[in-house]
Write a protein that binds this ligand. Structure first.
Ligand code: SF4
Ligand code: SF4
Length: 123
């Protein structure tokens, strides 16, 4: 483990997963993303025009001392992770980040002012 990682507590890169998704275009696409982000620990971000879904979820192999329990056999994504441009040291400048339902809904409303979404929380 890099010495940089010793000071990163808890290890930020071991607390989430994310993956690329298709850019939402239709109303149905956006409504589907609203459904996803209505779930706990789901977020979206846009990095260099590519949409990603983010799941806040601690890796089961991170021990209580902030160490990887399977360090010598860790996954290739972990091996390839560059500590010089990681979640703790890097310059993450996402063009969009939606941390919750309302942030995503406001974005959609601005982008598509004619679309109407009934607020499911209103009676
Ligand atoms: S790679 Fe970066 S984010 Fe991960 S533990 Fe090390 S310093 Fe923290
Ligand atoms: S396998 Fe180890 S290095 Fe990879 S995410 Fe899990 S705790 Fe972190």
């Amino acid at each position: 483990m890099s010495s940089k990682c010793d000071n990163c507590k808890p290890a930020k890169c071991c607390l989430y997963t994310s993956m690329e998704i298709d850019t939402p275009e239709t109303r149905k696409d956006h409504e589907y993303n609203l459904w996803l982000i209505a779930h706990k620990n789901i977020a979206f971000y846009v990095d260099r025009k590519i949409w990603h879904i983010n799941f806040t979820s601690r890796c089961k192999f991170l021990n209580k001392d902030n160490r990887c329990k399977i360090y010598d056999k860790r996954f290739y994504v972990c091996r390839n992770h560059d500590t010089d441009s990681c979640e703790d040291t890097g310059d993450y400048d996402f063009s969009e980040y939606f941390n919750n339902y309302d942030e995503l809904l406001n974005y959609i409303k601005k982008k598509h002012p004619r679309w109407r979404f009934a607020d499911p929380r209103k009676k």
